[in-house]
Design a binder for this molecule. Structure first.
Ligand SMILES: [Zn+2]
Length: 129
């Protein structure tokens, strides 16, 4: 199955690092589960990052602690199952695995937030320095 991102997902992905776009595109051909990119899931302004921090959606305030999203080096996703967005761990893990596989094929270093110890950020991917 080859999935296709919706117009909104494509819009939300705009402006991120080309490596992440390549990984994301290849993952569409690998993932057994469809997925999308949420609003603020790609490139974020400092203001957007700060608002997410205030709302509890991020550990980075965007000023003292910067997010990879502010430099276009991070991408968030959700799974799309039975016509609905899903944030269930097992769905997100499946989609993340497709991205990790895609990154490996392309020779890019990718980090998945689901591996983090303190705050497991299942829908988050970022390029490694
Ligand atoms: Zn993220």
């Amino acid at each position: 199955m080859i999935w296709k991102l919706s117009k909104n997902s494509l819009k939300n992905r705009t402006g991120i690092d080309h490596k992440l776009i390549e990984i994301n595109e290849l993952a569409l051909t690998i993932s057994p589960i469809d997925f999308g990119i949420p609003k603020y899931g790609g490139l974020r302004t400092d203001k957007e990052q700060y608002k997410l921090f205030i709302d509890g959606g991020s550990k980075c305030d965007g000023y003292n602690k910067k997010s990879y999203h502010q430099t276009g080096k991070a991408l968030d996703f959700y799974a799309y199952v039975n016509g609905h967005a899903s944030w269930e761990e097992h769905h997100l893990t499946t989609v993340a695995a497709a991205h990790l596989q895609a990154a490996s094929i392309l020779g890019y270093k990718l980090e998945w937030g689901g591996f983090w110890k303190n705050f497991r950020d299942f829908p988050h991917l970022q390029l490694k320095d």
